[in-house]
Design a protein around this ligand. Sequence first.
Ligand SMILES: [Zn+2]
Ligand SMILES: [Zn+2]
Length: 819
Amino acid sequence: MKPLPKEFDVLAIEEKWQKEWENMGIYRFDRNDKKRTVFTIDTPPPYPSGDFHMGNVLNWTYFDMVARYKRMRGFNVLFPQGWDCHGLPTEVETEEFYKIKKTDVPPDKFRKMCEGFVNKYIAIMKNAIILMGCSPDWTTEYRTMDPDYWRRTQLSFILLHKKDFIYQGTHPINWCPRCETAIADAEVEHETREGTLHYIRFPLASSREHLTIATTRPELLPACVTVAVNPDDERYKKYIGKQIHVPVAERNVKVIAESMVDPKFGTGVVMVCTYGDKADVQSVTKHHLPVIMAITETGKMNENAGKYVGLTVSEAKKVVAKDLEKQGLLEKTEKLQQEVGVCWRCDTPIEILERKQWFMKTRLLTEQVEKTAREVKWYPDYMKARLIDWAKSLDWDWVISRQRVFATPIPIWYCTKCKEIIVAEPEWVPIDPKLEKPRIAKCPKCGGIEFIPEKDVLDTWMDSSISSAVHAGWPDNKDWHRLFPADMHPSGTDIIRTWAYYLMVRNLALFDEKPYKSCLINGMVLGNDGTKMSKSKGNFTAAPDILNRYGADASRQWAAGGGATGSDIPFRQPDVEYGWRFQRKLWNAARFSSLLLEDYASVEKPRLELLDKWLLSRLENIVKKATEAFENCQFNIAIEEVRNFTWHEFCDQYIEAAKDRLYKPDVYGRESREAAQYTLYTTLYKILQLLAPVMPHITEEIYQTMYKDAIKSPSIHSTVWPSFDKSRISREAEEYGDLVMALISQIRREKSEKKMPLNTPIKLLTIFAEDQKNTLILNQAANDIAGTCKTEKIEIIAKKGKQGKPVEGYADINYIAEY
Ligand SMILES: [Zn+2]
Ligand SMILES: [Zn+2]
């Protein structure tokens, strides 16, 4: 065995192994291996934002620990890596950078501009993933913006269309007027904002009476299609069925009864506009009301708004209010805190517009989603409710078309003459209908020969919600079902309603099968003030600052140990620093061991002494606990158990107690030294293995120097996870060892309290052991006690002492140390 050097450079060691692992290819998935059981991880393809934050450090550490643990457990692990490239943020950045709008340049040119940003950001994020010591199989790397991936997304669209899960329809949808695109319910965020409640008088037709309506959206008066009151509201019952005049719009509508109206909100009279909110959408359907759209796709008033045409929504709000005031119809205004739906990307309040869109029938599957979600194993279990509650809360089907450019094209054309929809055949994809014609001579319905391409594109979640099938090799590999459903789908609390849900609903529709067998959920990373980390709040820590300063292994210890799986965890730099110090402690213990194991030759049956048995029994308990914790994805428990054992029992207690035996075979005998060597060798190796999923670099460095020649495995990460050795468990050894350790610690404590160096010799140590049994125990470890406490003479007496210093935790045992 080679000795470890005294000093070590964490960052240099980490970089070295990151390169070496890739050269060794030890993390590659072996598709041809039919012997080992496969374990597939549905790695989330990250969105290349170029920003790798502490949240990424947390979730990447989770996936990577699982991958490493499972490999050591003997699985053939598929840990793929892709990039979810398409999306609004890149388009917005491209528009801002080039100072253009998406429509200013041809779509393929705009695409190319977007790709430039994506490639740059992929390089940054790939570097960060490597820097963290993650172990994906880089030969599987893919990008959803490549035509080879579109092919799969488009094929899934075509198949779902054939199965009647996809339809085109004109329905109300969430619309971002800034991004000029439809967005799904999952992309609408809810914020509390201050609004103004306007109390507006609606005169009743052919009467001098009026009803007052409180609304935050007076600009929607031109889109008002009815006025509603609760049928049980005594104040207004008599007006039901009467005609009422809509100010500004200058037309009459009917007053209707609607039980959804809350008599306590505002005045208890509401106007129904198309559309102010989702309740309006429901009323329109229920009462067969007409639809008058007054807002354009860019958020301006249209010709239906009369003289307000061309104004923005917020301009119109002010002008309409002024006009009402002039007409004496504005009773009063008051401030109001209200919940507003805003665009996830740009925070602009969304509008509800009607526009032709493509939808996927998702609500149809809600029951099946719920049933399947219950079959999936969730870590932690309570997270499944989030998916189920979300699925049940959806009012609308999934709008899958977007009015953007940088996304997978919808493989559809329309016949110019008869408007027939031509869907691409599976063999045609990948295809961009804007650049290519359908591969048919004429329209099957009318024989027309001209076609207009579908310009809309697919929602990005249409790309990423087939990830587990694509990872398995769908549709090209005949045996893709061998790797599907994924064994583990890692997700975050923030993307359960998108990624975990869309995958579920999509795969149930496509393959009638769940996409994943288990789901591992990570929480969010909070700033040091306990709130969500954000750059604007000043509680933000950039991941590269931490990784470049402390390295990956220390950062990963924070991620693994920061809190229970699924809970939000604060970023605490002291935790990373603790991880850093722990590495130093581990290194020092390993270096000490390497020096004393230089001449170590494995012994068949070492004659173990009490403290050897004590440590080995403790070690097996830790193997058991850590294994159970990894099996249940309780990473914080695993790391805490192993670190505490290593730091306190192995380093502080055992090594100190066994030092003399190891240094002085002439005094204590060769066998006594061999037993301590055996214990050191065995314990350190298992510790390294248990820590390897969390701290892959330093454990590898120590393994390569100290163990590789004997163990013969090319890397610690390809060694076999330690199995729990029950024969090593000895309650007696643990009980007795605890007593000895308590005595040793007490004496060492006494020396430091007296400000004496720890190696101050004790001339005579008299121990009053209470009874015969304790005397026997202490006698077994007399060498270790004498060695550790530097005792020249030791006397163990089988009775209670009177003036001695008691041993903590053992009230009837005490001792007198004479210096
Ligand atoms: Zn937006
Ligand atoms: Zn036709």
